[in-house]
Write a protein of this length. Sequence first.
Length: 341
Amino acid sequence: MYSDAELDAAVKAGILPAPTAAAFRDFVAGLHAAPGVDEEHFRLLSGFNDIFVTIAASLMLIAIAWLGFQATPALGAAAAAAASWGLAEYFTRRRRMALPSILLLFSFTGGVFATLFALFVTVNARQALPDPMQMLAISGCVAGAGAAAYLHWRRFMVPITVAAGAVAASAAVLLLVAGLFPNTLPFMRVGALLAGAAVFALAMWWDASDPARTTRRADVAFWLHLAAAPLIVHPIFGILGLLGRGAPAIGTAAVAVSLYFVLALVALAVDRRALLVSALAYVLYAISALLRGAGSVSYGLALAALVIGCGLLLLSALWQRARRETVFFLPAPLRVYLPPV
């Protein structure tokens, strides 16, 4: 199995002519009876060796962190982060293995965060800081993880790294605002929604730079969309009251279902399915509430799953046609930045 990034590398090296690579992509897309741009390709596994290396690296990193933890928690986390970087020099930079690269990214950035957080806990144990200062310190720890993600991207360019850095930056900003202005805590859902919108805009910027989705930039955009989706969906449905313990009102559930249709239109326009997947649990809950309100108490959730499952399968089968109809109604200047239909 060859990824788009490897095909691009072959073209740059002069091994494969660019027209041949394009024809190969079109041929593979034709086998799937769908344009390659609609497939949302991303590489997670290149073979079972990815799983093998991931398991071995996990065991090694856990052991290093555990042994270092016997001295101090900060040492264990720092040792795991350092080992992650060293392993990435071979398995990411040289071997370009997808799943191990994702593991090593998160273990490196997580190790940096854990190191900074352990140092904060040590300092806070000696002299308790006021709550705003604690929030600012945690924000600094998250910002450190974001900086680590940036360094990792500059060195290894793993596509998911940009999304990890964007999420870390968003969390750091929200924690910073909460520390400086404690009265804003009740509005954190709105802040998370704004952060999600910013990450979505960043994803669209990467997507617009490669509408045909034949380079690594499309992979970066895929992970950014996947990160933006829960940041957008979770606050919206939380504001609607779907995250509470009680059953939602019929009107609220109807609004939630209507909102899911809006998200479906956005997903069709940008040709990304992440929004639909992230909102799936909420819309299932909302439809089951509507069915319970109509008298179907025993089978509400099952009927909701049947309705939404059939709807999504139908949408998948008619995705290209639905995209064509959706994009047709958009302004022409906006269509330039969207994948072709």
